[in-house]
Design a protein around this ligand. Sequence first.
Ligand SMILES: Cc1ncc(COP(=O)(O)O)c(C=O)c1O
Length: 393
Amino acid sequence: MNYFVDENGYYGDFGGAYIPEMLYPNVEELRLKYVEIMQEPSFQKEFQNLLKEYVGRPTPLYFAKRLSEKYNTKIYLKREDLCHTGAHKVNNTIGQILMAKRLGKNRIIAETGAGQHGVATATVCALMGLECIVYMGEIDIARQAPNVARMKMLGATVVPALSGSRTLKDATNEAIRDWINNPVDTHYIIGSVVGPHPYPDMVARFQSVISEEIRKQLKEKEGSENPDYVIACVGGGSNAAGAFYHFLDEENVKLIAVEAAGLGVNSGESAATSVLGNEGIIHGSKTLLMQTKDGQITEPYSISAGLDYPGVGPLHAHLCKSKRAEFIAITDDEAMEAGLELCKLEGIIPAIESSHALAVFKSKKFKENDIVILNLSGRGDKDLDTYIKYFKL
Ligand SMILES: Cc1ncc(COP(=O)(O)O)c(C=O)c1O
């Protein structure tokens, strides 16, 4: 079984580039050049240097002693929460801004849900002196206010998406519309492993630094590069893609993808695509998505703004269908409790997205000697308001 993208942009049955004609020149230009540009020694040098000096990589692989004791297994946290800007998203935006510069683009657009990708994009635009426009659903603007303020401070223009559920998918629609209208000077920095080929592969490659580091760090700590499990939450799937990447062909490493069940998988208020979704096309790729019988996209729901996307990237659709990864759905309540537990046991306040991954320890039993890596995708500063309201702090 091949888990990497093929020459046509597919992961098994999923992927491709289903785009309007107006976007074809942009996407085709990227498709023809992205691998070559990423492999240039000067690109790699600049990318690696920024990851080290600016983002603060490598992020620690931290042995969570008290959490491990509680669940009677060996848990390591990959601390993406310690990246500059507070989440893994910046690994990808650093890569894509360097790509945009080499493609001669001087205007950057992006979509954002939790605001982390918007902040990461605004950050790299400030770093490189490029114009930045971020589309964000009106609802997300309200529930992620600190990140909206951050983007504005960093010089970005935040444009509210007022259609549909006024969350991530609507922001993505607006960004695609903008790109169609500005095909020549604009690069669209997509924030996850979604969108038309080559985005899912390009973003996965930029995020793959996560599993590259895990392998080295685990070798030093445990004498083996391979853990028994890697766990990560999945919105579109970029932190999971990065954490899984160098383990995809290691069949002994079990992969667990954690989705948001919202109020419950069958409550009508959920974002558990692997359970509720079926094959369709969203934002330029064929994947699993939540839709009505006549193909209209269902409004997703999760307490976590970064996970309420009605689809998953095509790599994850393939991992799900091929059963290479186990998909687990976690409710709002389970995630919030798991987030608070990490605060109390390890002194780390996680993003609510990452709290979904943490909740797996309650629902799945691991063996005492299992080495379990959990990708802690982000820190909880942006979610304080939601934590305060939920726990009446
Ligand atoms: C901290 C954090 N984790 C996870 C996600 C989900 O995105 P992805 O599935 O692309 O990693 C987000 C999205 O905003 C996020 O901010």
